[in-house]
Write a protein of this length. Structure first.
Length: 140
């Protein structure tokens, strides 16, 4: 994070975007958990796995997205790694839930892909922003 002359932390656009997308993932996971619980629009019949497995795992992943949002806000170096893992889990979960490699493209899939791409293509900038030092790696 950059520190201004007044001591206030300046958070770059990418960080705000990742925070916004993390909150979206939390809201989306809570909505899908609710939808499974009440079988909203017959959602239970649209998945391959037992809906209870998806409901519980989706709830836990949603909570982890929310918790990690606070870590992102604080600029914790590990928050980017956690976010990458959660987005990857969500990305792969779409294929598992739909039971095929040819899936319907959902908002969840698009947001998870967006998070992964932001992290992959901006890792160096995000690493410098949060002060991540990787031993043996070029940090310049």
């Amino acid at each position: 994070m950059q520190v201004t002359g007044t001591g206030l932390r300046k958070r770059p656009f990418l960080l705000y975007l990742l925070i916004f997308l993390s909150i979206e993932k939390f809201v989306q996971h809570m909505f899908v958990t609710y939808a499974f619980a009440v079988d909203l629009r017959g959602i239970r019949s649209q998945v391959v796995l037992d809906y209870r497995v998806l409901m519980v795992s989706g709830f836990l992943v949603g909570v982890l997205f929310l918790v990690n949002t606070f870590f992102l806000w604080q600029g914790k170096p590990f928050s980017f790694v956690i976010l990458f893992c959660l987005a990857l889990f969500d990305f792969l979960g779409e294929f598992v839930a739909q039971g095929t490699l040819i899936i319907d493209i959902t908002v969840s899939f698009v947001v998870a892909t967006t998070i992964l791409l932001i992290l992959l293509f901006n890792w160096k900038a995000l690493r410098h922003m949060s002060g991540i030092e990787i031993p043996g790696a070029e940090n310049g």
